[in-house]
Ligand binder design. Structure first.
Ligand code: NAD
Length: 316
């Protein structure tokens, strides 16, 4: 399948520029359209190449950073590009009996995923998502983010994930004096956190919103609402637009609300994320090679500026 090979090579080139170099060659819409085309071809032919981007999370790791193997893998998110697909996912959750406690709806932050470890109340390690299994250690860089607590009341082993972000206000201030202005907050944040010089990270005045708790020694939670309340108690930033929705209609209202508020938000988002609120049901729903089955993202139209278009025509 020569055509499929060409698409895989193209997507891998774009993914390398995006994930590893933090310098995208095309906008997300172009990438996503070609990616979806590959998914359809793989479904039709039943063939999935070993280096297909549909089998992997993230990109290659940067040289120069210490590497760390995550205690639990960090996944990507499945996407629904239409209300029909979103409804189909809600229906699946309903049939599986996983929606009795509704859904947690939150913003899909467009920055760099970070995983933070605390022991005995102290921040001991910060790592990028990397390829989902292994990430880059960026503790010194994350320490410069003033909204990330360096110490928390909880004394056990705790691992939490969220997104490192460059607020629009920080981007504006940075670009007023920067020799090389940053094109968008996502690359601003990724380039600041995967920068060997923590002074540069500090200059970019990042923030971080936290959303997933993979471990809090000895603690058991029934719902994601309880998890979010616990994270807030510990001093982590949880975005105020995070809330419970009862059903698909509630989710549609939430989408409208977020779309209306999008231009007033402090940080860049590219959609919303839905997760079943009942955390005790998540493990039985399980994971694909790339996604948890208990969560889904609904992406908005990209607002990003194309940095450099390749003269490749894929007819997507
Ligand atoms: P994703 O956009 O599919 O989203 C998954 C990630 O979102 C999670 O791993 C997590 O890190 C993050 N996230 C943000 N808010 C969250 C929340 N509230 N809850 C849970 N997770 C949250 O990310 P991905 O798998 O890294 O990348 C795929 C996307 O990246 C593509 O759809 C494409 O748009 C973009 N991409 C673009 C290019 C390009 O050249 N423009 C290349 C590769 C990938």
């Amino acid at each position: 399948m020569e055509k499929m090979r060409g698409i895989i090579d193209q997507l891998n080139t774009w993914a390398h520029a995006y994930y590893t170099l933090d310098a995208p060659l095309v906008d997300d819409k172009t990438y996503d359209a070609l990616y979806d085309k590959l998914v359809a071809m793989e479904k039709e032919t039943g063939e999935v190449a070993s280096d297909s981007p549909t089998r992997r999370v993230g990109g290659d790791l940067l040289e120069g950073f210490e590497k760390f193997t995550h205690e639990k893998p960090l996944y990507s998110l499945d996407k629904a590009q239409s209300y029909e697909r979103l409804k189909a996912w809600c229906d699946r959750m309903h049939v599986a009996g996983a929606d009795d406690k509704g859904y947690m709806a939150e913003l899909k932050f467009d920055g760099l995923t970070i995983s933070l470890t605390y022991d005995d109340g102290k921040l001991t390690r910060a790592v990028t998502r990397g390829n989902g299994t292994v990430g880059e250690v960026i503790t010194e860089q994350v320490v410069t983010i003033s909204t990330v607590p360096l110490s928390i009341p909880f004394r056990g082993h705790l691992v939490v994930q969220g997104e490192g972000l460059m607020p629009y206000e920080s981007l504006k201030k940075y670009n007023e004096t920067a020799a090389e202005p940053l094109k968008n907050p996502r690359n601003g944040a990724a380039g600041a956190l995967r920068n060997l010089d923590p002074k540069e990270t500090r200059r970019r005045r990042l923030t971080a919103y936290l959303y997933n708790l993979t471990d809090a020694e000895g603690m058991v939670f029934d719902t994601d609402e309880d998890v979010k309340a616990f994270l807030k108690e510990q001093g982590f930033l949880v975005h105020p637009m995070t809330r419970r929705c009862e059903d698909f209609h509630g989710i549609l209202d939430y989408i409208d609300e977020v779309e209306a508020a999008r231009d007033r938000l402090d940080v860049m988002i590219d959609g919303i994320v839905l997760k079943i609120n009942d955390v005790t049901k998540r493990e039985s729903l399980g994971y694909t090679v790339k996604f948890p089955r208990w969560a889904i993202a609904y992406k908005f139209e990209a607002k990003e500026v194309v940095t450099k278009l390749l003269d490749v025509e894929w007819n997507v």
